[in-house]
Each structure stands twice: as structure tokens, then as C-alpha cells.
Design a protein around this ligand. Structure first.
Ligand SMILES: *Cc1c(COP(=O)(O)O)cnc(C)c1O
Length: 358
């Protein structure tokens, strides 16, 4: 069997969730959109269900997958519904929905049901992606509050630059949010992972951690006293399936991106960009070889990559190679490969996911 696998540590996931909840100081919606950032939404939601206050997803398809798997906790559609017809499914499956555009306000007003909709009303406080302007927000709050089909609302906004600790934009967004919410009934929801880790003085009733649940640090390389408490959830591993010797001057792999400048022992590893490992990881990208720090050499292929075993005399066929996990972390690996800590686990494909503890 091909040895490429992603080990998913569900205890670490629970640890990170508790940290997020503690930092937020209130309730925490565990964000499991995009298949839990590549970690498997159903397995992650099951692991968290006993303690999570709810789950956040990007669309109704993701919510229905969780409901079909028996998850009964609250689930929020963080982008709302994509067409008015979805409101019937929102009611049928007991979902919560964001309302972030004027057309969604109108769709809710026109929707008749005996059920009570749980709406998260979203303010655009400066991200300028989804969300109502302050005037629209206050008008929508008044309009929706008066409707029998709408229950107590949660007032939310989303930060654009919370990962930049020296940037004033987050404080500006908070001020705009507070101004827009003044006097309005409803719980509040502010922070994503970078805000929880970087701006712990911010408080709202609900926080919405995503990336940090999976143990990655969105603030890296900026120091944060809280991020160092995170535990990586995914370990991407495979094994050496062949070993060969290169003489000085001999090239390795596609494009001869690596050429031996010393007699080099090469380990061929069953892991490639079709598994989600970054194709353009440069020579010298850190890996662990049987737990010892080592380096990638040569271009990453679709199904294989190559590592330098010259200084690992005990390593050989069958040696375990760790591509990311506790070391290197996805936060440190991502910038070296021209990508982000968000994207690396989301790219996971083909490599089998193995959940621990079993
Ligand atoms: C994805 C998302 C989050 C989680 O963001 P992280 O940076 O991964 O913590 C929170 N809120 C909303 C609205 C999102 O879309």
C-alpha cells in the first residue's frame, strides 16, 4: 500500500478548540468549512461535538453533509444562503444563517414559515467583501426584528487585517462595529483566529476560530504568547521507497533543479503535489527523516519527491519522512513555498487520512 498519509490528531483539535474558547471568553463556533481545512469536516465535527457551541460552514452543502452524518449541534451558514429557495432547507435542517446582503434581507422578509429563523446579521466594517453598510445594517435590524419568523439575532463582522499586529485597521473595524451596533439587541461575534491570538483584548459573545483549531499559527513569524500553545493537528507523512547515489555533477529529477555538489544519497519518497504537497517547494525545504531534521532536494513531482539522505546514514528504504506536522509546522513551511498556512492542509488530496486516537 502506498505509505502517504495524513495523521489527524483529534485530541490536539480539542485542545486547540478549548484554547480558542478560553481566549474568546464566550462561546466559540468551530469553523469546519472546506472540509475542515482539509482535515475532514465530519470527523472533526464529531470529535468536537460534545463541547463545541456550534459549527461554521461556507454553504448549505457543507451543512447538510454534517447533518447527514448525525451532527445535531448548531451550524451557521457563514455566507448565508445563495438563493431564497435554500431557506426551506435552513428550516428543515435547523440551521443558522448569516444575512449579509440586502437581497438576503428581502428574501427573509418574504419567506413565510412557522419556524423561527436564527440570523447572524453581518456588518461590513471594512473588509468590503460581504456585509451590510452601517445604514443598511441598522435598517435591516429594525426590519427583521419586527418579523414573526425572525428570532434574536447575532450581530457579526469579519476582520481583514487581524494578522498584522502593527496595523490600526482592526481597531478601526471594531470602532465601526460598536457604533453600528449601538443600542441594537443581539449577541455579538467578532474574532477569527488571527484576532483571537493577536488581539486577545477584544471581546464578543461568539468567536469564530478556523485555522487555529488545526494548530496553525496565522501570525507567524510574529511572536504571540498564545500561538505557542497550539498543537498541530495534521502530520503529513510517507516513506522512502527507493534509495540511489548521485556522483558529483549528476542532476536529480525534472529540470535538473538539483545537481550534486558532493557524492549524494537520495531518498525517493512517495508523496507529491497530487497529494497536496507544494509543487514549488525549493531545495533545502525542511523535512523530518525518521524524526531527524533533513532537506528536500530536487523538484517535487506529481507522485514523488526526493530528500537528501547523505547525512542520514541510518535512513534508507522504509524510513518515515514527515513533510509537515510538529516540525516543520505548516506555518513555517508555507512562506518558504510561496503559499499560506491556510492553503497547505486545504490542498490535501489522495493521501489517506488516519484519525488518532483511533
Ligand atoms: C473562514 C472564516 C472564519 C475563520 O477564519 P480563520 O482565520 O481560519 O480563523 C471566521 N469567520 C468567517 C466569516 C469566515 O469566513
Amino acid at each position: 500500500m502506498r505509505p502517504a498519509r495524513a495523521l489527524i490528531d483529534l485530541d490536539a483539535l480539542r485542545h486547540n478548540y478549548r484554547l480558542a474558547r478560553r481566549l474568546g471568553g464566550g462561546k466559540a463556533l468551530a469553523v469546519v468549512k472546506a472540509d475542515a481545512y482539509g482535515h475532514g469536516a465530519v470527523a472533526c465535527a464529531r470529535a468536537l461535538e460534545a463541547e463545541a457551541d456550534g459549527f461554521g460552514v461556507a454553504c448549505i452543502e457543507e451543512a447538510l453533509e454534517l447533518r447527514a452524518a448525525g451532527i445535531r449541534a448548531p451550524i451557521l451558514l457563514m455566507e448565508g444562503f445563495f438563493d431564497a429557495a435554500e431557506l426551506a432547507l435552513v428550516v428543515e435542517h435547523d440551521l443558522w444563517t448569516a444575512v449579509a446582503s440586502p437581497w438576503q434581507v428581502e428574501a427573509v422578509a418574504a419567506f413565510s414559515t412557522t419556524a423561527t429563523l436564527r440570523i447572524w446579521l453581518k456588518l461590513d466594517s471594512g473588509m468590503h467583501r460581504l456585509g451590510l453598510s452601517a445604514d443598511e445594517f441598522r435598517a435591516a435590524h429594525a426590519q427583521l426584528s419586527a418579523l414573526p419568523q425572525v428570532g434574536p439575532m447575532v450581530l457579526m463582522t469579519h476582520f481583514a487585517r487581524a494578522d498584522e499586529l502593527d496595523c490600526g485597521r482592526t481597531a478601526e473595524q471594531v470602532a465601526l462595529f460598536e457604533q453600528a451596533c449601538a443600542g441594537l439587541a443581539g449577541e455579538t461575534s467578532l474574532c477569527n483566529s488571527p484576532a483571537l491570538l493577536g488581539w486577545p483584548q477584544l471581546h464578543s459573545d461568539w468567536v469564530r476560530p478556523g485555522l487555529m483549531l488545526y494548530g496553525a499559527d496565522p501570525l507567524y513569524p510574529q511572536a504571540s504568547p498564545h500561538a505557542c500553545q497550539l498543537r498541530p493537528v495534521m502530520t503529513l507523512q510517507s516513506q522512502v521507497i527507493a534509495v540511489r547515489e548521485l556522483a558529483v555533477g549528476e542532476p536529480l529529477g525534472y529540470g535538473a533543479r538539483f545537481v550534486a555538489t558532493r557524492s549524494t544519497r537520495v531518498g525517493v519518497v512517495a508523496m507529491g503535489y497530487a497529494d497536496g504537497y507544494p509543487q514549488f517547494a525549493p531545495n533545502g525545504t525542511p523535512v523530518l527523516i525518521d524524526g531527524v531534521p533533513g532537506e528536500l532536494i530536487g523538484r517535487v513531482s506529481m507522485d514523488m519527491l526526493t530528500v537528501d539522505l547523505t547525512d542520514h546514514p541510518h535512513a534508507g528504504h522504509g524510513s518515515v519522512v514527515t513533510l509537515w506536522g510538529t516540525a516543520p509546522t505548516i506555518s513555517e513551511l508555507a512562506p518558504r513555498c510561496g503559499t499560506s498556512a491556510y492553503r497547505l492542509p486545504c490542498s490535501l488530496k489522495r493521501a489517506a487520512r488516519v484519525y488518532l486516537p483511533l
